[in-house]
Design a protein around this ligand. Sequence first.
Ligand code: SPV
Ligand code: MG
Length: 550
Amino acid sequence: MRTFLLPIQKIDQKMKLKKTTQLRQLISSNQLEFIMEAHDGLSAKIVEETGFKGIWGSGLAISASLGVRDNNEASWTQVLDVIEFMSDATSIPILLDGDTGYGNFNNMRRLVKKLCQKGAGGVCIEDKIFPKTNSFLRGDRQPLADIDEFSGKIKAGKDSQLDDDFVIVARVEAFIAGWGLKAALERAEAYRLAGADAILIHSKLANSSEIFSFLKEWDNRSPIVLVPTKYYATPTNDFRQHNVSLVIWANHLIRGKITKMQEVAKQIHTDENLLSVEDMIVPVKEIFRLQDDQEIAEAEKRYLSQQAKNPLKALILAASRGKALGHLTGDIPKTMLKIGKKSILERIVSQLNEHEIKDITVIAGYKAEAITLPNLNKVVNDQYDTTGQLVSLSKAVDHLDQSTLIIFGDILFKKYILQFAIDDPADVVVIVDSKIDLESTIPSDYLTATEPDRQSYFSEESYVEHMTLTTPDKNHAGEFIGVMKLSPEAGRLTSEFIQQHQLEPGFGSMDIRDLINHLIQQQIKVKIQYISGNWVDINRISDLTLANEF
Ligand code: SPV
Ligand code: MG
């Protein structure tokens, strides 16, 4: 039988109960449970990863974080948008502080449906009049809802829930408005009979006397929820002993956040620099962790195109002076010589940019400080005068972990040439000019190949057999122009080669052709992309004329 393995994240989600069911279990378990206030996706996430089993979507905290008052100034849909972000960011249930239900029974019906759709676990509504005022403000003057009207609202909510386990908590404000125990009990009982899954009995006293007098009379008729913001000195065990089901820590993250924000803002304002706050706050990478950036990195591996997943980098070998160019390279390396209005290096870089290659590292040497182009990484081979290209390349081995173009810093070439290297999926690709001048007496990187350039679309693929620094002869299939591409695997072999050989005496004089010959010896196929002209390398003053014509 086949088994289908699910990615870990999916298993986690599958194993977790529905949020409504989780919340129902919190109010009906026979132990005291706790939920913690959150007011946005981030704080909700922090609540969950701290270990809380549920979230209080506090009206006070959400309105405060939106910069408005706890008087229904934020519309109910604006609150719902926040709840949606909170719910998406977490896997534990949210009990929304739904104030008065944002209107009458009909508004309550729509609210409950929408909360079910958006993945909340339940809603708590209080028996006040819309628009409400926070219970700790002018409490005595706050009018309470008519008991029947409020009971109808609870019934309407229960009748509209799309999920059997959705929780409706009825909050009794009788103590807040100064009506005393009898009124509180009368209301709580009416709401229980109307179908409320739990009763939140609220108090603004600094001690829990009202609450405990209520609990005594209530006698476990239904689950009880408390918000001990004002009577915070009451030992939690006392709630346990009174069979309280759920305690809400109602506003402590927003208060903690305000403390810290005021402290940090003041410090930066005073200091006019960031030195002293750096140790007071989380590093930016903690934000990325909380945003679960890691997940995107993994998803990219699965979903992005090869090119986007493994973007090309470029290394430009530009350490040499170009002595043959005399005074022209007195103050600058050859790569910075101007051909027309732009230096050779600028031209190479802008070609790379046109191919969307932005991660470019120049390996400088002679007059390295003269290389000042923006957006380039620069590493320096100090021994540029006595060493070859592989010593230069060794300065950038840690760049070879991705597909990499290696380009000599003293060549100019037509745009399509880079495209040939980019498009070829082979592990190692070299660009080879098959148009060679057999009369030339100038040594360069000539090579023999498995197939000559037949200049036909249907030609066999051709691979380098051997590359030598020599003058050309008829056995040569062409000249390596100084553009090659390495796959990550070829990059890894190149790094290994460099690491193994860099302490040996001969390493200092090795060039790219020695690397290519080594890769061939290791049975790595070095694929040729043939071109015919359309490039120049600049070695002598006479090359400058050619380059200018080019
Ligand atoms: C809230 O957190 O918004 C509440 C609790 O409703 S209280 O502020 O105590 O009224
Ligand atoms: Mg509230």
